[in-house]
Design a protein around this ligand. Sequence first.
Ligand code: FES
Length: 143
Amino acid sequence: MTDPQDLYQAEILEHDENPRNEGRLDDPTASARVSNPLCGDRVQVDLQIEDGVIRDIRFKGRGCAISRASASMMTELVQGLPADEAAELEAKIQQWLDSEARMPPEGLERLEPLGAVRAFPSRKRCATLAWSSLTKALNLPRP
Ligand code: FES
């Protein structure tokens, strides 16, 4: 029987190698970049927000497989979400990673593979880096 950790790792590597929505938007309504002070890696997020809803998102950055996989998963999860709802996700994910719950909060079940970082506390930041960029972009004044 396959170890769940191997499945998690395979999913993280698949997102790292085939990232969804990587790149920049031509005319984003909000953008932000956040760096990980522990390693210098960074993730930039561009958003297209219309009527308070995230219509499009791209990420670009330099980072480890976990940070890239998390960014890739994030772009799939937040498309079509109200911006206010998306702004609360980083805190929910951080809370989940700091807990012992195996499953992420409702609506974020697809992030389960990221729970593997609990075994390496310094890597939790890798899993939340893109989400911090999202939070920062959502909290900037809108044009
Ligand atoms: Fe730099 Fe993971 S080691 S973001």
